[in-house]
Design a binder for this molecule. Structure first.
Ligand code: HEC
Ligand code: HEC
Length: 470
């Protein structure tokens, strides 16, 4: 199993290197052709025809050297491999972009060179520079050859852009689509109209919280009168239609936003979700489906409604922190926990066994953190992208803690899916997940959104856990 994953990882690194080579190669070639289109051909065209012809003949001989041909043909070879792989597994956005890039390079650049430019070069090579025939042909050569050169230069340039997109940037995660009107319409425009702050809204706190750059958060749930949560699947509760949940963010003492999730229909994705940003006088908060950066003068970014789906969408339960595993254990006074839900008969079925996270305290902290901060995306129970998905990982990592897999550390999905690839037992420094958790920057951080500051305590806990493994 582990050897297979290592092989998998190695192959994916080789393909990353091929992507990079294709991007650099097509960029270099685009630059060469750009120089000809931009000033080399115009310069030669200014010379007397005999001189122009001899200069171009000399260029056409000199260009057949190892460095130019190496880049030109080497890039084509990378493109062929990437195109074959993309056709074999066209499912990812990155593969599709690489395929488009390869086709641009192979057809727009290599084929055009072969069918457009080379015949002109061959014809030019057969002429003696000082003849009238050469002067006649030269005029045509400059016009036609340059035209084909514009085409192949542009194709190489577009190929380069596509390879860059396929390598990283947006294609890696996808862009979050704006939710349809029907997914926002059910929500009122003011927070005070949502039932926020009323007696039916009961406060809770998940055991393993999501890190939000140190923001203080509070959460509430309001279940419809007399309705029960379908808890047949211990790990994926299904909430009655009409359920509302709120989560409030206080950053540096400023109450910035309160988010709302509301179940609006029977389908698993029938949820409405958006954030409300507080007015400066604190009298109410206003629906902000477009999100807001550095809201209310803090460094906190309020996500756009489409982004809610990046983390909440895709699994059977849309709700993340109100689950059996997250509510297990004692609660602060006034807060709801699992025992209270069972006692009040709010669940269709009580969990049959205690949801004890395996391992010692260090392991529990690390596994719980990864569950709370990574499992909403890295979760093999999250089927391939549905309508509103973005930030959707393509890899096999799974950081979810599930009730049936809590007997041993080795039995958790986290251990099984990530050992040997995302972490190396005993060596936190060689562990990719530690590296990604410890960095912040576009396409170089985990989690990829919702945080701009490293969670130092969590990195410490995860490092400690990995260091103690063997
Ligand atoms: C970066 C991932 C992420 C994004 C983006 C995100 N959430 Fe959440 N949200 C979570 C996680 C994880 C939890 C549970 C843990 C916690 O609350 O600390 C949660 C909890 C909540 C809760 C409490 C109920 C629950 O599911 O536990 C509400 C309400 C909520 N989010 C609303 C929203 C809304 C509305 C948006 C979009 C404006 C949004 N969230 C965007 C990850 C995210
Ligand atoms: C909002 C969704 C989301 C969350 C939350 C998230 N990831 Fe990721 N993760 C991704 C995406 C997207 C990729 C890109 C690679 C891919 O497409 O598979 C990725 C890739 C990775 C990779 C492998 C890729 C590489 O560059 O080596 C690791 C390891 C990883 N994540 C760890 C984590 C950890 C640890 C956490 C929690 C601290 C986390 N992720 C949280 C979406 C997410």
């Amino acid at each position: 199993m582990r050897a297979r994953r290592k092989l998998h990882l190695m192959i994916s690194r080789i393909f990353s290197a091929l992507h990079l080579s294709a991007a650099l190669g097509s960029g270099l070639i685009a630059g060469v052709f750009f120089a000809f289109s931009s000033f080399v051909m115009p310069a030669l065209a200014r010379l007397p025809p005999a001189q122009g012809v001899s200069a171009m003949q000399s260029i056409n001989v000199a260009v057949l050297n190892r460095s130019f041909l190496g880049v030109f043909v080497g890039t084509a070879a990378c493109c062929v491999v990437l195109a074959v792989r993309a056709v074999a597994s066209p499912s990812t956005a990155s593969a599709r972009l690489a395929l488009a890039g390869s086709l641009f390079y192979l057809l727009g650049c290599v084929l055009v060179t072969r069918a457009g430019n080379i015949p002109y070069n061959d014809a030019l090579a057969r002429l003696l520079p000082n003849t009238e025939q050469a002067a006649d042909f030269w005029e045509r050569y400059v016009a036609r050859w340059s035209l084909w050169n514009h085409v192949r230069g542009l194709a190489a340039f577009v190929a380069c852009a596509l390879f860059i997109l396929s390598l990283g940037g947006c294609s890696r995660f996808g862009v979050c689509a704006t939710p349809e009107r029907s997914q926002l319409d059910p929500l009122p425009s003011k927070l005070s109209q949502t039932g926020y702050g009323t007696a039916e809204a009961r406060e809770f706190k998940p055991r393993f919280e999501l890190w939000s750059d140190g923001a203080q958060k509070r959460r509430w749930i309001a279940l419809p009168e007399g309705a029960r949560i379908d808890s047949t699947d211990v790990d994926e509760w299904s909430f009655p239609v009409g359920t509302r949940l709120w989560k409030e963010f206080v950053v540096d003492g400023v109450r910035v936003e309160t988010r709302l999730l509301q179940r609006v229909g029977p389908g698993s994705e029938d949820w409405a979700a958006q954030a409300y940003v507080w007015l400066p006088d604190g009298s109410d908060a206003v629906a902000t489906p477009g999100g807001a950066n550095d809201a209310r003068g803090t460094s906190h970014d309020v996500p756009a409604a489409g982004q809610c789906w990046a983390c909440h969408g895709g699994r059977k339960s849309f709700v993340l922190g109100f689950s059996a595993l997250q509510l297990e254990g004692p609660a602060a006074p006034g807060l709801v926990n699992l025992d209270a839900l069972v006692a009040e008969q709010r669940l269709t079925r009580a969990p049959s066994s205690p949801l004890q996270v395996p391992g010692d305290a260090t392991a529990q902290a690390a596994l719980g953190y990864l569950h709370g901060n990574c499992a909403h995306c890295h979760n093999q129970r999250r089927p391939a992208a549905a309508a509103n998905r973005c930030f959707d990982p393509r890899n096999e990592l799974d950081f979810a803690l599930r009730s049936a897999e809590l007997a041993t550390v080795e039995g958790t999905a986290t251990y099984r899916s990530a050992v040997g690839t995302a972490f190396e037992p005993g060596v936190p420094d060689a562990s990719r997940l530690v590296e990604l958790m410890s960095s912040r920057g576009f396409s170089q951080q985990m989690p990829p959104l919702g945080t701009e500051q490293v969670d130092a305590a969590a990195v410490g806990a995860v490092r400690g856990w990995i260091a103690a493994l063997h």
